[in-house]
Design a protein around this ligand. Structure first.
Ligand SMILES: Cc1cc2nc3c(=O)[nH]c(=O)nc-3n(C[C@H](O)[C@H](O)[C@H](O)COP(=O)(O)O)c2cc1C
Length: 444
């Protein structure tokens, strides 16, 4: 990839030291890095270290008048190809979501018209707090890429999601973000953009959008989902019984991942929420990994609003009512331990009732008998727009092909058996047509 200009904003978290490694990796790839340290960030890493590694001046103060002459704060945010916030503290995410601009970092973030990628790092309780969930959802809705934090033991001794993703993973997310057009520019908010010079929904390869990161989609300039934001769930969920056992199902995730790949190929901004499957992330797709139905429900909520949600995941209907903290052992008496189940949240039905219901909501149904009858009943019960039904009695989950029926109020559209990739591309065409009919792309 050609050298790009990265503006790296470093917040005041314990993981700030990892930003030093990130700067090193970015410089190694030839990128130009300018660092901005928040006042609290300065408590964790020094401007001197960052200046030495980035080989650039480090900015800390909004009211450094000399810099305002040399390089105004607006220019600093606009001359970058990508703005990265790492670590993005809970405080920084909250200020970004609220549009607060009370120091150099937050002013730059509000003034920028460039894509922004945030790598959060905070205590697990802070990450799971409803306020942070709301802020992350708002930022994603605004087109900002918020990475999922890593899960593991934290500096504070607690365990869970909240650790800063490893510098190499942030670097890969940066590479992906650099290949995508800015969502702000896609909405006609790019520098100098007007209602008429915003990117066309089907830009040519030489056009304004840079699609170099997207795989080919025939014909090459056909991007029917350009400017659309699509959420996809895929794979099974794992519901723990104890630290080593779980309830699961046979979903392979292949159809959901093929749909995510096809949506990205068609130009959409794609958020893939994946259960535990060993599949590679399709190019251009933002992936969030989850284990349980409840985690999936939380990430779906955090991913809204979207233009379309395609709920392909085989979410476990039930979980163990109590998860044992330690491995359940045989006690030698021959007694079988009871396994009480609790019902999981119904993600599809919940989304259908949500105030932020996606304009197009699609569920999947894997059935072993009476496929169309079950699919019709599911459509009514869940309140979604389409059910994509398939018969898994003859072709078990995990196969390479699928024969699907799209069931909607308008009737049933049955397709021949096709490879899963072909099903995905055909579905994208149908979704693009539906979205164009329901939600004409806006110019403003
Ligand atoms: C030792 C220490 C470690 C901290 N680590 C984090 C952290 O990892 N994530 C976070 O969100 N806040 C953390 N905080 C709290 C932030 O420093 C505080 O919210 C601060 O206002 C954030 O400033 P910023 O907006 O410049 O990032 C920590 C505080 C201390 C004293």
């Amino acid at each position: 990839m050609a050298a790009k200009r990265i503006l790296l904003i470093i917040g005041g978290g314990i993981a700030a030291y990892k930003s030093i490694e990130l700067v090193r990796l970015l410089r190694k790839s030839g990128h130009v890095v300018r660092c901005v340290l928040t006042r609290t960030g300065e408590q964790f890493v020094t401007p001197l270290t960052l200046a030495a590694l980035s080989e650039n001046k480090v900015y800390t103060n909004l009211f450094d008048l000399k810099d305002e002459v040399e390089m105004g704060h607006i220019q600093l945010s606009r001359e970058a190809d990508l703005v990265v916030v790492a670590p993005a503290t809970a405080d920084l995410l909250a200020k970004m979501a609220a549009g607060i601009a009370d120091d150099l970092a937050t002013t730059l973030l509000l003034a920028t018209d460039k894509p922004v990628l945030a790598a959060p790092a905070m205590n697990v309780r802070m990450w799971l707090h409803p306020a942070t969930r709301r802020n992350v959802a708002t930022l994603r809705g605004d087109g900002i890429t918020v990475m999922a934090p890593d899960e593991g033991e934290m500096a504070c001794g607690e365990y869970g999601p909240g650790r800063l993703p490893e510098p190499q993973a942030i670097k890969e997310a940066i590479d992906t973000a650099l290949k995508k057009p800015s969502p702000l520019q896609g909405r006609g908010l790019g520098e100098g953009a007007t209602a008429t010079d915003s990117p066309s929904p089907n830009p040519s390869p030489e056009g304004e959008g840079d699609f170099s990161g997207q795989p080919d989609f025939a014909p090459a300039n056909h991007r029917p989902l350009f400017g659309r934001r699509i959420l996809i769930t895929a794979g099974p969920t794992h519901e723990p019984i104890d630290p080593v056992r779980y309830i699961a199902n046979r979903s392979s995730g292949k159809q959901g991942f093929a749909i995510a790949a096809a949506a990205a190929e068609a130009g959409a901004e794609v958020l893939l929420i994946a259960g535990p499957v060993p599949l590679p992330t399709p190019p251009g797709v933002i992936r969030v990994d989850v284990e349980t139905a409840r985690e999936m429900a939380a990430e779906v909520e955090a991913g809204l609003p979207v233009d379309a949600a395609i709920m392909v995941a085989a979410v476990a209907d039930w979980r163990a009512a109590d998860t044992a903290a330690q491995k359940i052992k045989k006690d030698g008496s021959g007694a079988v331990p009871p396994l009480a189940l609790a019902e999981n949240p119904d993600i599809l039905a919940g989304l259908a009732k949500s105030a932020r219901r996606p304009p197009l909501l699609i569920g999947f149904a894997a059935e072993t008998n009476d496929v169309l009858a079950h699919a019709g009943a599911k459509l009514a019960r869940k309140g979604c727009d389409w059910i994509v039904a398939n018969d898994v009695s003859a072709d078990p989950m995990g196969g390479e092909t699928n024969r699907v029926h799209i069931v909607s109020k308008a009737g049933v559209d049955s397709w021949d058996r096709l490879p899963k990739g072909a099903v995905a591309r055909k579905l994208m065409e149908k979704i693009a047509d539906e979205l164009d009919a329901r939600l004409p792309a806006s110019d403003d």
